[in-house]
Design a protein around this ligand. Sequence first.
Ligand code: AOF
Ligand code: ZN
Length: 367
Amino acid sequence: MATATEADAMRRAIALAARGLGSTSPNPVVGCVVLDPQGRPLGEGWHRRAGGPHAEVEALRAAAGAGHDVRGGTAVVTLEPCNHTGRTGPCAQALIDAGIARVVYAVADPNPVATGGAATLAAAGVDTEGGLLADEAAAGNAAWLTSVLHHRPFVAWKYAATLDGRSAAADGTSRWITSAESRADVHRLRAEADAVVVGSGTLHADDPHLAVRGRPDATQPLRVVVDTRAGVKPGARVLDEAARTLVAVAEDADTRHLAGLGTVEVVRLPRAAGGPGLDVTTLLAALHERGVCSVLLEGGPTLAGSFLAAGAVDRVVGYLAPALLGAGPTALGDAGIGTIAQALRLDVTDVARLGPDLRITATPIAP
Ligand code: AOF
Ligand code: ZN
């Protein structure tokens, strides 16, 4: 049984892991805390970027750097230590070599290449325990786990609306419904995502840039435009060189005007059966093929409706401004729901205040 001190250390490790969001993809976020036999912290670390040292090695190095002897200590880590030599050596062996006596981890590693670390540790006589705060740690690693287990990206749908659910006024004006604090938070979500997706309606109404601003260290997400008829103009801001852009079009779309734009790739997809636009599942498969583990779906209402109808939304993040419009487009279009019994029910996982606004984060309840 894990101790209360180990549970506290795991909470700390989960918080450390989250610092890697946005820079470790396609690898997981991982945090690690090394404790002495009395439960005092000796060193901590997290995985900072794909290809860099794993969290366990960072924590061992931090402990050594502070002059601590970790022999007989406990490593508390959010993911089962790896067992493979990939871009770095196996962490299970590094922990054994360091003389760690006990390893407590949260989530078993489902990656077939890396799995087996717990067995290696146990075989070397290290007391090994898995499953501590597994749900919390898995939630923090949702993008990577979805990609490894389901071979598709994790999708978060973000919208901004008034308290009565309108995302623009009746005349189409929408700047700025939410506060500067909320808009800065959206840039954090963009920076944490591998791809940002919008539909052609948003593209033509807003001419969005979709790049991350105000975060100099951020990795720019892939900008994805779902543009069935390839109506995007060559001068659109989303096609500039600030980041790469993928334009998803129908198989018969004319894309000659997009040729020769160096940072733009065109992908041809089948149309959705019985709905507007392109097939969402095929779009997500195309993104998975390009190494995208997490998608921030930014609108508009038609595309969000298609994603929800396809069962392809894993998290909803709503920014609600304390304002009323009474008319104008709603945040969500038709999602194929005709009667109250079909309503998509959500579990609220977080409520936060951002300036004057509310941010509500929720997860669909499996039917
Ligand atoms: C990480 N960071 O802190 C831990 C990982 O690409 P590689 O060779 O670095 O190996 C990545 C795999 O290693 C990853 O998919 C996961 O299964 C395991 N553990 N990976 O990137 C870490 N602990
Ligand atoms: Zn490792």
